[in-house]
Design a protein around this ligand. Structure first.
Ligand code: ADP
Ligand code: MG
Length: 347
């Protein structure tokens, strides 16, 4: 393949970003000098809270937005000089769908093909193939206006695949979908990656799915990469169990109770880190289970009431919390967005 590029250790590089900076016209520094690479065939997760700069980065990588500075190569081509070539090699699904609700599912895919200069029997075959892949054969001749949210999202995904891209960029493809549809979309993505070797670059807020499917990930916060690695590496870095402590009503909003609790926890041996979360705190400690009695005893002596206590091995959620000081909350995001905006028409 023409676009494959080899780096010093002979790995095939699909995306190479060096010192990427994006400052918007109004002075907003959305991306502040990030660097990362994605190998050919990789399933790469790009995570971060709202406003971290994920969409900005994906728009630059897909040539939809011009960077301020730095170097970005996609499929071996420079985004600045070879935007046209890159566009032919990639598929892009942005946060809002681009399907036309006046057209049927099939017509949407045919239109997409025409926009990519595909015609005739080849295009018809490709469209049939895609309708099958995303399970829309039965609804192919229905107007997209009558599709459910999940069907629209699947059609949108299919429309990014018409020209057989080797590299797929997805900006929060499952946000706002019900859990079942979300699982279906992720399983299509897994299939595309594993069976067809398509490189996937995905931004999302669903950490469990990232944990299961992404080989590597980067966490972005305030325009900077704060963590990078495989899910296992990042979880291991925490090197301790997470003990989540909730305080009873009345103490939750009371800074002094929490501060007092944190002071006590700091004094306990084995504690490696303490982070505020959800009105309570998360304490990281080796052999967390053994710490619980110590914590309860110490709090009892200081008259601090606990409403809940839980111990778990670290998850990506803990990794996220450690590096951003926040928990990711896709459920809230789903509620606040609703399905209306997610699937609004563009044309
Ligand atoms: N066109 C724009 N002009 C100015 N600021 C913008 C524009 N688009 C996004 N931003 C700002 O850039 C930052 C990163 O936004 P974005 O890339 O959309 O983050 P994310 O996708 O991670 O939620 C935010 O502070 C956002 O308000
Ligand atoms: Mg975004």
């Amino acid at each position: 393949m023409r676009y494959i590029q080899y780096d010093s250790v002979s790995k095939m590089v699909a995306i190479q970003v060096e010192n990427l900076v994006m400052t918007y016209g109004d002075g907003t520094k959305a991306v502040k000098g990030i660097s990362f690479g994605v190998d050919e065939g990789e399933f790469f997760g790009f995570l971060g809270p709202n406003g971290a700069g994920k969409s900005t980065t994906i728009k630059i990588l897909t040539t939809l937005l011009r960077k301020t500075s730095g170097s970005v190569k996609v499929a071996g081509h420079d985004v600045e000089h070879d935007a046209q070539t890159i566009r032919k090699l990639i598929g892009v699904q942005m946060q809002d769908t681009v399907i036309d609700e006046d057209l049927t599912g099939r017509e949407n895919l045919m239109l997409q093909g025409h926009l990519q200069s595909l015609h005739g029997e080849d295009l018809r075959t490709r469209v049939n193939e895609l309708l099958k892949i995303v399970d829309l054969e039965g609804a192919a001749n229905k107007r997209a206006a009558y599709y459910s949210g999940g069907m629209k999202k699947r059609l949108d995904l299919a429309s990014t695949l018409v020209h057989q891209p080797r590299l797929l960029f997805l900006d929060e493809p499952t946000t706002g979908l019900d859990p079942q549809t979300r699982a279906t979309v992720w399983s299509y993505l897994k299939q595309l990656n594993q069976e067809q070797g398509i490189t996937i670059f995905i931004t999302t807020q669903y950490l469990e799915e990232v944990d299961r499917l992404c080989r590597r990930l980067a966490i972005l916060d305030h325009g900077e990469i704060v963590a990078k690695g495989s899910p296992a590496e990042l979880k291991q870095e925490i090197g301790a169990d997470a003990i989540t402590l909730g305080f009873g009503n009345g103490t939750t909003g009371n800074g002094t109770a929490r501060e007092k609790a944190k002071q006590i926890l700091t004094g306990l041996s084995g504690v490696t880190n303490i982070v505020d979360a959800d009105g309570g705190v998360v304490v990281y400690a080796k052999n967390g289970g053994f710490m619980v009695p110590d914590i309860v005893r110490a709090f009892d002596g200081a008259n601090i009431r606990l409403s809940s206590i839980g111990v778990s091995t670290p998850t990506l959620d803990d990794v996220f919390l450690k590096h951003t000081g926040r928990r990711i909350r896709p459920e809230e995001l789903d509620k606040s967005r609703g399905s209306g905006r997610m699937f609004s028409r563009r044309r």
